[in-house]
Design a protein around this ligand. Structure first.
Ligand code: AP5
Ligand code: MG
Length: 218
């Protein structure tokens, strides 16, 4: 079961991904999280991706695609994966489709979280992210129990460096130019479920799980 959780920056991909992997035994493969982990660890990949992330631009396709392919070859992805933040351009989508097809597999569902730009800018200003495990919070919608401390692992939560308003606007522009055309690519394959991404996190989560259950009946 290969599922893409798709939408603009701040659509709630990470928030909903955390719920999906609780309901379905597939790993979340989040390219942004992979880059941030590498950055914390000071690896060459982290250093190379830093400038792109801080500028709100896409890391080059070849680099991202190789990282995802390596990750999908690991044992825990044998039964599938939940892709969060990948693919993010048509070349990445074509790479992924070809990589899966070579192995007799395909994307079974793209959950498209639909959120207008005006909502995104407000959300990003209030987002806080754990420096250790990457858990996501919002200062008013889903705050930590203890201010500044991650509920899940007890580490510090901070504002992501790319969550300032100027970078968020660039990320949105990048999304509209390079990423959103992917929806039509997958719509033509009949695998897109549009889910309204504004409203309570729980209610959106119910709609996301419904879409997955419909696409992968037991
Ligand atoms: P990435 O980390 O993937 O960032 P993104 O796509 O911009 O998305 P975000 O993680 O910012 O948002 P999200 O949709 O996960 O929302 P969240 O659940 O946190 O990528 C970062 C960078 O890495 C890119 O800019 C690029 O440079 C690089 N990169 C990554 N992948 C790449 C690729 N494939 N190719 C090239 N470059 C790549 O929610 C946001 C906030 O809203 C939170 O505070 C949350 O609590 C709150 N919230 C969630 N749902 C709701 C709701 N229903 N109501 C109110 N608030 C809500
Ligand atoms: Mg995310």
């Amino acid at each position: 079961m290969f599922v893409i959780i798709f939408g603009p920056p701040g659509a709630g991909k990470g928030t909903q991904a955390a719920r999906i992997v609780q309901a379905h035994p597939i790993p979340q493969v989040a390219t942004g999280d992979i880059f941030r982990k590498n950055l914390r660890e000071g690896t060459a990949l982290g250093i190379e991706s830093k400038g792109y992330m801080e500028a709100g631009k896409l890391v080059p396709d070849e680099l991202v695609s190789k990282i995802v392919a390596d990750r999908l070859q690991q044992d825990d992805c044998v039964a599938g994966a939940l892709l969060d933040g990948f693919p993010r351009s048509l070349p990445q989508a074509c790479f992924l489709d070809a990589w899966l097809a070579e192995r007799g597999m395909a994307i079974g569902l793209v959950v498209h979280l639909v959120v207008p730009d005006s909502v995104i800018v407000e959300r990003m200003g209030g987002r806080r992210t754990c420096t250790n495990c990457g858990a996501t919070y919002h200062v008013s919608v889903s705050p930590t129990k203890v201010q500044g401390i991650c509920d899940r692992c007890g580490s510090q939560v901070i504002q992501r460096p790319d969550d300032n308003e100027a970078t968020v606007l660039t990320r949105l522009a990048t999304y509209h130019e390079q990423t959103s055309p992917i929806v039509e690519h997958y719509r033509a394959l009949g695998v897109v479920a549009d889910v309204e991404g504004v409203g309570s996190i729980d209610r959106i989560g119910d709609h996301v799980i419904e879409a997955i259950t419909k696409a992968f009946p037991v």
